[in-house]
Ligand binder design. Structure first.
Ligand SMILES: Cc1cc2nc3c(=O)[nH]c(=O)nc-3n(C[C@H](O)[C@H](O)[C@H](O)COP(=O)(O)OP(=O)(O)OC[C@H]3O[C@@H](n4cnc5c(N)ncnc54)[C@H](O)[C@@H]3O)c2cc1C
Length: 226
């Protein structure tokens, strides 16, 4: 009953659920485009080049007093941090005109805990697997089958949905899956955002800025070799 009052299309499909009224969600691609637009409107240029050379060891040769580089290369920074690992995540973007959800819906399942996030116009993000692997290039048949089967179990209308995209990447994570800020000489490493990059980014950015501008030591700093 209560489920149906919140999500009419799930009427009869779930007897019980947990409801978090203040839970929020955003569309990451739209959010990033919006942030880039905002920075550009303030004449802040963003250069993108995946091949920037981070191999120089100027931070080891001398130990300067100032941070000159902030390294937030995600999993690529595992060349500098041996305890950083990849946790593979696979997701799909699907479209169905036959089901409407007004908020993210998670399936509490011991093995396949999917979530479906409505993106508007019948588009849903269906995620996500969590596999101990740094492979970020190929979604497996099993993962895609399991994600789609779970969506189908949540509502059979998803059986007729269109598959718009299959996505895969590896999340950067430390052994306890908590984020870190580390200082090594002139370099500040900001990393380990694991499954919560979008959620944690503002707090990590604030801690980074506070450290650089006022010397306030971040609560997530576990190494300070300055
Ligand atoms: C399937 C999936 C679903 C997810 N869902 C969510 C979610 O719902 N909510 C959430 O909060 N998080 C989610 N995440 C996690 C989120 O994507 C990560 O936590 C986040 O991307 C980590 O951010 P990052 O900036 O540290 O690393 P990245 O996003 O990996 O960014 C690192 C950047 O550095 C660049 N780079 C690397 N090397 C160089 C170089 N030498 N020169 C220049 N640039 C370089 C890369 O191109 C990349 O753009 C999900 C992840 C996956 C895989």
């Amino acid at each position: 009953m209560a489920v149906a009052a919140l999500e009419a299309d799930l009427a009869g499909r779930a007897r019980r659920g947990l409801f978090f009224p203040t839970e929020a969600h955003l569309s990451p691609r739209d959010a990033l485009a919006c942030l880039v637009g905002e920075l550009e409107s303030r004449n802040i240029a963003i250069e993108t080049a995946d091949g920037l050379d981070f191999s120089d060891n100027d931070n080891e040769a001398v130990l300067p007093t100032e941070v000159r580089k902030i390294d937030c290369r995600g999993l690529s920074a595992s060349d500098a941090m041996q305890d950083l690992r990849g946790v593979k995540g696979e997701m799909l973007v699907i479209r169905s005109a036959d089901i409407r959800l007004s908020r993210p819906v998670r399936l509490l399942h011991p093995r396949i805990p999917i979530y479906l996030v409505p993106r508007g116009d019948g588009v849903f993000m269906l995620g996500a697997t969590q596999i101990e692997s740094g492979n970020r290039h190929a979604a497996s048949v099993r993962s895609v089958l399991e994600l789609l089967s779970a969506a189908y179990a949540l509502h059979p209308a998803f059986g007729e949905a269109e598959i718009l995209e299959i996505g895969v990447d590896a999340r950067p994570a430390f052994p306890d899956n908590l984020p870190r800020i580390r200082r090594r000489g002139d370099r500040l490493y900001v990393n380990g955002l694991f499954r919560h990059g979008f959620l944690l980014a503002p707090a990590m950015a604030r801690m980074t800025a506070d450290y650089l501008l006022s010397g306030q030591v971040p609560e997530v700093m576990d190494e300070n070799l300055n």
